[in-house]
Design a protein around this ligand. Sequence first.
Ligand code: NAD
Length: 501
Amino acid sequence: MLAGLSIPSSTGEALRRFLLGMLMPSKQMLIAGEWCDAEDGSFSDVLNPATGEVIANVPKATVSDVERCVKASKAAFKSKEWSGMDPAQRGRVLQKMAAATYANAKSLAVIESNNNGKTFREALSEIRYGAWTFEYYSGFCDKIEGSTIPVPGNRLNYTLKQPLGVTAHIIPWNFPLQLALRSIAPALAAGCTVIAKPASWTPLSLIEWAKVMIEADVGLPDGVLQVITGSGGLIGDALAGHADVDGITLTGGVPTGHAVMAKASENLTPVTLELGGKGANIVFPDANLRYCAKAICFGIFMNAGQMCWAGSRLIVHEDVHDELVAAVIEEIGKWPVGPGMEEGVRMGSMVHESHRDDVLKMLAEGLKQGGKVACGGNAIDREGAFMEATVVTDVSSDNLLFQEELFGPVLSVTKFSEESEAITLANDTPFGLLNGVWTTDLSRAHRFARDLECGMVSINEYPITFPQTPFTGWKHSGIGIEQSKDALNFYTKVKNVNVKL
Ligand code: NAD
């Protein structure tokens, strides 16, 4: 099946490929209110990782396309049609964007599942979450307030909070549409203009969403929202280093964070970086182990473990280690692996065979350093980028399986005996995104919440977040805050005004 067209399996491979090329839908970028190709007409293929088939092609933008895009964004910002709009009206536009996203959530989820490999159910809940994020920020448009400040003498002193300007949003492939909407919504709410660049592997849902917004005629002036597709190293880099880009939001890996921050520093452009993670679930004997086992699986096998906030480490008290590991392995039996659009599947394909192979290589390296495979550990022998849900026990804290983000369905298990040892273990990675604590001892739970070196802690539940709560990483997990009213600070500039009366 390609773009709704079946190609009989009896067709020879060469002819089949040719037909796929002919029939494949070509997507376009949204620049200055127009759908367009790259300036030099080049395209790249987009795959369905569950079948390995090309399902579309998208423009491979050039640096001159970036120039065109930034110019249009700057013009749209300077025109003040958006930034100077009655903020309540801007809020209504965001409400319409939320409504159009909800209304099209199912068709967007089909695209997401086919392009990323995740299950339809996962994709649908993410897209609804994206719509909810728009709803949440729509109410803020007319509540971005400055302050009056008491100063000596006959003076009036106040602050204005003004939109940051042209913002570039560089998006990863693991939650392609949801993470795009997570930062686009507060940027638009603040009155900024937006250039969004999806990851090369997963551009389809964002392009389709932008099309939905245009067709729904939500009231965005031309150039306020643009989508540009192409290589991160070329156009992501060009956006990050552009003098007319006023703010960059990247969700991606740590090396990309370094590259973007270095490039942005050339113009002192502010950045928000949401990077990797190595989340731990720390489990004490008084926890509800059955429920905990379910949450642990959810935290590492959802989205085939390709999550910054994956609970990829289980740090468990020695008294309940064997019981909990057995419960986790039993629970894995309820996670059928297969194509994301197939009924009953809970763990879809990984995003690309090359990524799956990288995860397997890291797993093999880690196992050379120690650890025992209690479950899984292999690629699944079928077409597509599938991998078994994997549990490795007896992992020491110096093992790469404990330290590094594998970004796949691999859970490492480490025992502890004392509370102080558990906190030391949990903090012993370069990352600091989300950690979970499982105990019914209230004091212990809050001691951990205080002492964990990370931006988010969840007690007796994992993983969990809401549009209204900060999503933020410490250490190598990032800089800045996504979601919540705090995210609006990035998209606004403070101006102090002094008036001699
Ligand atoms: P990635 O860093 O390879 O790519 C992210 C985006 O950056 C893509 O759009 C890519 O094209 C672009 N890019 C790549 N090189 C660039 C460069 N030199 N300059 C500018 N842009 C560039 O990440 P990925 O593989 O798509 O996603 C996985 C990573 O994202 C993981 O490390 C994961 O932890 C992280 N992530 C973090 C969060 C969070 O909120 N903290 C959420 C999801 C994913």
